[in-house]
Design a protein around this ligand. Structure first.
Ligand code: BG6
Length: 482
């Protein structure tokens, strides 16, 4: 790998994301030689930490995520980290930061390259972007900015944030990160669709009946009640992760695999995204909230959550497009906290075909994203010694060793930022479409709230609200994973 000179500034350097994801990922990139001698990382946050203390934190973060560590490498790696106590609202602090970045740029010959990483509470993103511009923090080499989700909380606020960021950065230099796009099995969707004649030939709305995307979590909101109250499952999981998955499933074939062609194909699809009307929302969308048990809190009892909160911890719904290979075909999704088990999966349900064996039979293609990685196709054959049809799975699996080699999504995506590959990042025009869709659902739910209609309460550690079983277009449809 080529060594890429850069000074990286992480806003939120004392935070959980930096500790759990960014520092270990950067260490792995360091070990592979992508960043080596000519880099420095400035961690910023309000706390009065020292460089030394940050380095200890970085070292702890690496130890916590690696079973074996080369201690010499780690010590040298950590020595490239600097801490700057920073109040994002204070103009003078940006001056200090700018001077430190320049000093480190000289010391490490970073060639004026900068990466700014927004890894803190989203309410500060706009302000930071504004100050990067007003205080001229960008430099003479490449200037890239990585923005964590959520990018706004509706279309209007996203537009405002985008305006603030584009004052200093071109669209090509804005990396709106969605960690699902760094997951192995999400990156497997296009190769699966495009390289298998067996699959490619059935990838159309006359053969596929529906697609079902399930992102189920076992955990509740834990300590994130404050954030979650302002978000809910729709903004937290659907606006980004679920929509990105659906886009990859439904987009037309890209001309080639360049970032430009992939984004162009995505855009073609998203221009035909069908925005549901009120009646469709009432029929095809369900929101839920988990109840407590003897040993767990219900959502409304969680810390920093209002006692009468209507924030949804579960949502199921339907997406349709007017164009593309799956035009007009329902794509169902659901996601929730405190579900039976952690399971991220995609079920592609093929239409039934009546046949000489009496019953109508079909095939499903299932992609398991987490916690295991797997693809399987359900096929039919004959039962041994008795009449009838037996169903078996043909599986594409990974060995334990292979699973162990799969890099964390953040490592992959950070790598992409360094090498300027924006294939697996969200383009502004995509995001705009996602927000348009989300906004109408939020508005409909707001009206429901005003009419006293609350999210359906569901028992924890099951499959979510019962009403989620009734969102389908036709009575012959049901959740394949239940
Ligand atoms: C995050 C959400 O984006 O994704 C969290 O904010 C959620 O609420 C998480 O728990 C799930 O990610 P993963 O990779 O564990 O499926």
């Amino acid at each position: 790998m080529k060594n890429i000179p850069v000074v990286m500034i992480i806003f939120g350097g004392s935070g959980d994301l930096a500790h759990r994801k960014l520092y270990p990922a950067l260490f792995n990139l360091y070990e592979q030689g992508l960043i080596h001698d000519n880099f420095a990382v400035i961690g910023t946050a309000r706390r009065p930490w020292s460089h030394e203390y940050l380095r200890e934190q970085v070292s702890d973060a690496v130890h916590e995520t690696h079973s074996e560590v080369n201690e010499n490498d780690l010590a040298t790696f950590a020595s490239h980290f600097y801490y700057q106590s920073h109040d994002v609202t204070n103009v003078e602090h940006y001056e200090t930061l700018k001077n430190l970045a320049q000093e480190l740029d000289d010391r490490y010959s970073a060639q004026g390259n900068r990466i700014f990483y927004m890894a803190m509470a989203p309410r500060f993103f706009g302000q930071i972007a504004q100050h990067i511009n007003d205080q001229h923090l960008t430099s003479t080499g490449f200037n890239r900015i990585v923005v964590e989700k959520p990018f706004g909380r509706d279309l209007t606020s996203a537009e405002e944030l985008n305006k603030q960021i584009t004052a200093s950065f071109d669209e090509d230099d804005i990396f709106r990160i969605d960690h699902y796009l760094g997951k192995e099995m999400i990156q497997n969707i296009l190769p699966l669709r495009l390289t298998n004649p067996l699959i490619k030939n059935v990838w159309n709305n006359s053969t596929i009946k529906n697609i079902q995307v399930t992102l189920a979590e076992h955990l509740g909101v834990e300590a994130r009640g404050g954030y979650y109250e302002a978000s809910g499952a729709l903004r937290d999981m659907v606006q980004n992760h679920i929509f990105q998955i659906i886009t990859l499933l439904a987009m037309p074939e890209p001309k080639d695999l360049s970032s430009k062609s992939i984004h162009a194909a995505k855009q073609k699809l998203l221009d035909s995204l069908i925005i549901p009307n009120e009646a469709e929302i009432a029929k095809h969308f369900v929101r839920g909230q988990y109840l407590g048990s003897d040993v767990t809190f219900g959502y409304r009892q969680e810390p920093n959550v209002a006692e009468d909160s209507n924030t949804e911890t579960f949502v199921a719904g339907e997406v349709k497009f007017g164009k593309g290979p799956l035009a007009g075909m329902p794509i169902y999704f659901r996601t929730g906290k405190e579900m039976r088990e952690k399971k991220n999966r995609i079920d592609i349900v093929l239409k039934h075909m009546s046949n000489q064996y009496g019953q109508a039979h079909s095939n499903n293609i299932t992609i398991i994203i987490d916690p295991d990685m797997q693809i399987y196709i359900t096929i039919n054959g004959k039962k041994i010694n008795t009449p009838g049809i037996r169903r078996e799975n043909l599986a594409y699996q990974f060995t334990k060793e292979e699973q162990g080699k799969v890099p964390d999504g953040y490592e992959r995506l950070l790598h992409d930022v360094f090498v300027n590959d924006s294939t697996n990042f969200t383009h502004w025009s995509e995001l705009k479409n996602y927000w348009k869709f989300i906004d109408v659902i939020e508005e409909a739910w707001q009206k429901d709230n005003e009419n006293g209609q609350e999210p359906e309460q569901y028992l924890p550690y099951r499959m979510g609200p019962k009403a989620a079983n009734d969102i389908f277009d036709s009575p012959t449809e049901r959740w394949i994973y239940d």
